[in-house]
Ligand binder design. Structure first.
Ligand SMILES: C[S@@+](CC[C@H](N)C(=O)[O-])C[C@H]1O[C@@H](n2cnc3c(N)ncnc32)[C@H](O)[C@@H]1O
Length: 332
């Protein structure tokens, strides 16, 4: 697959190594159908120079006018962010982005999508963070929304109307239901099939669902902070054009590799349709070695004995690990 470094109309894949503003300045006004991106959160990551919230705002004041300029009327902008946390103070970055976006009247918020995932750091002073958000904006009042391309299976597909003229007929859409605005997609951690050398990838499936819903084949997708090239890989899987920028060469190279893998259909990725896995209850790691039998703590340390749970609630009342002792209270 030919990957161009500079933008020219009609080029299918453009990947700029350097500052995204240099790329954006090359793009004509109203040339992009969809932007999907996750900007640096200014949390002191290795690809960031700062951990200050005001730097996040300043960077957005520079980039957002350009993103809006290059977006076609009827196009969409999807901004994926989490929280900024400094000295224990959490600021939801979607609040910050939305405050900035409100100055453009033609930019309309359509959804605030919660992306939730089961794994991550375990908090000890706050609830562990298990979601981030995607703000979806359209430019103007009309926009593409290909709902049928992103429907998901219903819980009860055999349900029927129980009254009215359609009584007895199946009530659900045979193509499936709207996926809603809470998306559970595993995040890309160590054992995820998509993991690369990038510390903060979003999953291919997240970009794929947005691309399918908000663009048509051949449309132009932009990611100004492309990192490991996730948006690019998803765009190629979905037969869309991609324009992106990455300032760090090691991630730029990863993006090139993933673009080539996507185009030769050898990309390692987790399909959007794949259900979230429940742990196999027979596996050793899924079995609890600390069980309560008749109110007594029993240690099943070697993992070979099947312990029976005497209650649905805490699997053990007192847990001792190293120097830390936690007491878990039973309800009622
Ligand atoms: C949160 S990561 C994006 C990760 C990406 N969504 C993925 O799945 O791999 C942000 C990326 O933007 C890059 N970056 C930061 N500032 C940039 C700039 N001014 N121009 C281009 N890339 C930049 C960083 O090096 C980093 O790889």
């Amino acid at each position: 697959m030919k990957i161009f470094r500079r933008y020219k109309s009609g080029r299918g894949v453009v990947l700029h190594l350097g500052d995204c503003l240099d790329l954006l300045h090359q793009l004509p006004s109203s040339s992009v159908d969809l932007t999907i991106t996750s900007p640096p959160y200014c949390m002191g990551k290795e690809y960031e120079r700062t951990d200050r919230l005001n730097c996040f705002v300043e960077a957005h004041l520079r980039i957002l006018p350009e993103i809006i300029r290059v977006t076609k009327t009827g196009g969409s902008i999807c901004w994926q962010v989490g929280h900024h946390i400094r000295k224990g103070v959490a600021t939801p970055l979607d609040y910050v982005v939305n405050d900035l976006m409100r100055q453009w009247q033609q930019i309309v918020l359509r959804n605030r999508i919660i992306w939730t995932f089961g794994h991550g750091l375990h908090g000890s002073n706050r609830f562990s963070g298990r979601h981030e958000t995607i703000l979806w904006y359209s430019k103007g009042d009309s926009y593409k929304f290909n709902l049928d391309d992103v429907r998901v299976p219903q819980k009860y597909p055999g349900k029927r109307f129980y009254k009215g003229v359609k009584k007895g007929e199946f009530s659900c859409n045979p193509l499936g239901k709207n996926p809603g605005d809470v998306w559970e997609l595993p995040n890309v951690k160590a054992h995820h099939i998509e993991k690369t050398n990038h510390p903060c990838q979003f999953p291919v499936a997240l970009a794929q669902r947005l691309i399918r819903a908000l663009t048509n084949k051949g449309d132009i997708v932009l990611d100004p902070f492309i990192g490991s090239g996730t948006t690019a890989a998803a765009a190629i899987l979905e037969s869309r054009c991609i324009i992106g920028a990455e300032k760090k060469e090691k991630y730029y190279r990863t993006a090139i590799r993933r673009i080539n893998d996507a185009s030769s259909q050898t990309l390692a990725y987790r399909p959007l349709e794949k259900p979230i896995q429940d742990p196999d209850p027979r596996s050793e790691v899924a079995r609890n070695p600390f069980v309560i039998t008749n109110g007594k703590e029993k240690i099943n340390g070697n993992g070979t004995e099947n312990g029976s749970r005497s209650s649905h609630f805490p699997l053990f009342d007192r847990q001792t690990r190293g120097n830390h002792t936690r007491t878990i209270h039973r309800p009622g």
